[in-house]
Design a protein around this ligand. Structure first.
Ligand code: 13P
Ligand code: SF4
Length: 326
């Protein structure tokens, strides 16, 4: 029989055997008892978004994590998000329903390789997307999210050279938007990088009045045919404010839950991925979160996110620089 820590090491979470539990009711009870706040990203299942205290994109979630007065943050998202929350609120307990909820983009940028890359390009200002590990953030001058990447790059004096990592699609998009040449790390998100141009054009043929909207983590051929490119919140707001009826949505389809809530009269079509078998474009890491694991992590206060003091202090500075600018 495994103890709790061995079980987390093996599975990423502690299994709940009893399925006769009213999970929503128990989560609400535990949350109150422990003065916990549930923060969820728009990519997690709608069922979880509905019981979260706050749902947002990466930027809004970091802002919330920095300002909450709860004792415990339950981060229903992926590891780098919970880690960022811990860096911002080191005295709070930060827990994540499944420790294996990682991120292919963060994984595409190992810290030792990134450090070497920085050494090869001395005298550059290092801008890193929030989808990175704490160790990569510790090597960074200023963090950004997709909501504020343009603003962050624009804030850097024109005579300074820039390293941008790890997302090449976002980096190239921001380079086009700002006219700044940047040295860009060659990483990508396996969800956004895989949208099918042919599939989207086929959807457009069948829905000629539809507007194509895309996240800037998508490759150039997708952003070029899009009517609007923006962060998760940007896409939600665009659908709300815009007067078209139908949208082809090229980002993780979890976002459609909020779009439908605030724009119930709109018709939303998830853009297809290249994978012929699945073509669903879901982020399997975000989808590792479920209500049972959320209950388990609140009950056991595990898995807990910890960041070494030295790394945390170094990683705090570039995140704080971003928050101050936002
Ligand atoms: P935003 O929340 O900044 O839109 O980023 C999307 C993302 O990839 C989160 O993993
Ligand atoms: Fe990472 Fe992509 Fe999933 Fe976002 S959608 S968490 S960038 S793998």
């Amino acid at each position: 029989m495994l103890n709790k820590f061995e079980e987390i090491k093996e599975k990423g979470f502690i299994e709940i055997e009893n399925s006769n539990i009213d999970f929503k009711k128990e989560i609400a009870k535990l949350k109150k008892e422990k003065n916990a706040v549930i923060l969820a990203h728009y990519y997690v299942d709608g069922e979880i978004q509905d019981i979260a205290d706050f749902v947002g994109d990466s930027l809004a979630l970091s802002q919330k994590a920095a300002s909450t007065d709860a004792d415990m943050i339950v981060f229903v998202g992926v590891h780098f998000m919970a880690e960022t929350a811990k860096i911002l609120s080191p005295d709070k307990k930060v827990i994540l329903p499944d420790l294996n909820a990682g991120c292919s983009l963060a994984d595409s940028c190992p810290d030792d390789d990134f450090e070497e890359f920085i050494k090869q390009h001395p005298d550059h200002v290092v801008v890193s997307y929030v989808n990175t590990t704490a160790k990569v953030k510790a090597l960074t001058d200023i963090v950004c999210t997709s909501s504020n990447a343009k603003k962050v790059v624009d804030s850097i004096p024109k005579d300074k050279k820039i390293i941008f990592g790890p997302d090449r699609n976002l980096g190239n998009y921001i380079s086009r938007m700002t006219g700044r040449e940047m040295v860009i790390w060659d990483g990508a998100c396996h969800v956004h990088n895989e949208f099918s141009l042919e599939g989207i054009l086929e959807q457009k043929k069948q829905n000629p009045d539809a507007k194509i909207i895309a996240h800037p983590e998508c490759p150039k051929q997708i952003t070029l045919i899009s009517d609007y490119v923006g962060s998760t919140s940007g896409l939600i707001n665009f659908v709300k404010e815009d007067d078209a009826k139908t949208y082809i949505v090229a980002t993780e389809p979890g976002v459609i839950h909020e779009m439908k809530k605030i724009s119930p009269d709109k018709f939303l079509i998830p853009a297809p991925g290249e994978d012929a078998e699945c073509a669903c474009s879901e982020c399997e890491f975000m989808k590792m979160n479920n209500i049972k694991k959320l209950y388990s992590c609140l009950l056991h206060e595990l898995p807990e996110i910890k960041v070494d003091k030295d790394i945390r202090e170094k990683a705090y500075k570039p995140i704080k620089a971003m928050l101050d600018l936002s």
